[in-house]
Design a protein. Sequence first.
Length: 555
Amino acid sequence: MAKRYSFNNNLKDTVLDTTRHKLSSAELHELKRFGRTINKFDANFGVFDAHNDLVLLSECDKFKSDPEYFKGISKSVLNKKSKISQFGSKGEISATVLTSGFETIALVGIIDTGDKRSNLLEESTRPEIVYLNEMLSLFAESFCTLSKCQKQIEIISAELSQTYEEIMLLHKLGTNMNITKSDINFLQIACDSLTEIVSVEGMAIFSEKVIDGNARLVLAAGSGLIDVDERMIVLLQSRLMEEINNGKEALLDSDVDSPFKYDWPDNIKNIIAVPLLGKNKSGNRFPDENIIGIMVAANIIDKSDFDSSDIKLFNSVANSCAVFVENGKLFDDLKELFIGSLKSLTSIIDAKDEYTRGHSERVAFISRWIAERLTDEFSLEEEQIHKVYLAGLLHDIGKLGIEEVVLRKKGRLNTEEFDRIKKHPSIGAGILDGIKQMRDIVPGVLYHHERIDGKGYPYGLVGEQLPLMGKIIQIADCFDAMTSKRTYRSEMTIEKALEEIKKGLGTQFDENVGRVFINSDIYCLWDIIQDGLTESYGTSNFSEYGTIAVGTLVR
C-alpha cells in the first residue's frame, strides 16, 4: 500500500502522516529538532516505528539516504534491541531504539553520515562519528524521559477532565435541588447527567413507594436499555445488602477477571448497583436500616468493567438523590402540616357560626373552579390558581377578630353591627400580611367584598381597581352564601342564585368573571359540593389538593 508523505522544503523533513497519531506533538517536535541538529553535521536522520514503517526522514543538502536500506537496519536493531549499532557497508550509519512512552511504542533512530569519508580514518575512531554516536545515545535517553512525562501528563489531564465532569455533575444536581421539583424529574436529571460521563447500555433508579400499605422499590427514572423486572429488583436489593454487609460500598459483578459471583440474565456483561440511603431517627445513614432506593447500571461501554472510580461517582450521585428524596418527604410533611393548620383556622371561624360551617372550603373550591376557567382569557398559571384557592380558603379569617355575638346574631344586623362585620377583610389582611409566605393571597382576602360600582368595602374600589383574585372570590363567596341557609333567610336554588349574579353583572360583579362562572357546568360543580368535595377532580383527589396548593407558598 502506498504511503503518504508530507514535506518541509526548508528542513527537508519527511513525516509519515499515518503515524502522527501514535506520537504526541512534543515527541514529534523533538524528533524533528534532533533531525535538524544532525543535518548541521552534514548527516541525515531517520526514524522507523515498531512495524518498521518510516515515521520521519530529515536529510541534509549533501546527499540522499536509501529508505529501503534504512528499513533493513531498523529491523535488525529492533531484533537486537541494542542501544547503539553501527553499519558501514553503505557509509557510516548509527542506529538505536527510541522508546516512546506515549503509547509505549518502540522507534528506531538512524544517523547516516554517507560514504564521503570512509577512507580517511577507522570509522570507530573518527571524533565526529564518536560524537554523533554519543549524541544519539543521549537523545535516546532524553526522548524516553520526554515520552514518559508526556504519558503522565496525558493521564493527569484525563483524570482532571474526568474530575471536572464529575464536579459539574454534582454541581448540576445541587442547583436542581429545588424542593418543589418532583422526585421523578430530579432522578431523571441524575440518570441523564450520569450517563453523559459514564457510558453504559442502561441505567435505572428505583425509589421506595408505599403501595397497598407495603413499601416497595419501583422504577423512578431510567436511561438506555436495562431489563429489570420485579423479581430482579428484589434480587438486586438482597445482593446489594449482602455486599454492603460484607464491607463493600457497592454491588460490582462481572466476568472480566473471574466468573460472575451471582447469576444474571444473559445480556448482562457487568453490573453496578449502589444504595440510596435514608437517615434513621438518630440522623445517621445505616444501609442495613434504611435503603430508600437503588441506582443500577449495566454493561459499561468505554472500558472492560466498572472500577473504584465509578463506585465513588455512583455513590456521590446516589447520595444526592437520597438527600433530595428525603427532603421532598419532609417538604410534603411540612405542606400537610401547613394546610392542616390553615384548615384548623377555618374550622375555628366556622365554629363561631354554625350556619357558615364548611363555607370557607366551599368558597376555596368554587374560586379554584372559576380561576381554572379563566386561564385562557387571563393567562393564569397553575401557581396563580393555587393561590386563588388558598385566598378563598382564608377569605374570612378576619372574622376571628369579630365578636361571636355579632356573628351568631339571628336576624339582620344593625348599622353598628354591620360596621363591625365590614372590618373583617382588613383584619384578615392584617393577620396574613405579617406572614411573608402569605402576602400573595392578601388581595383576595382584603378585596372580596369590594364591588365594581364602588359601593363595596373596605375601600370602595371601582372597576379595574379591583384585583382579579378579589373579583373571583367575591363571586364564589356570594354564590355559596346565596345557596346556603342563613338565620335570616332560606337558601336559594341554583337557578335563583345565578339569576341574582346575572342582575349584578357590571355593578356588583365583574362582567367577564361573572359570565365565565355562569356559563360553566354549574350543576357539575353543585354535585361535587353536595358530595362534600370528596370525589376525584382533575388530576388529583380534592382532599389532597390543599397540600399541593400550599406548596406554592412554602418554598
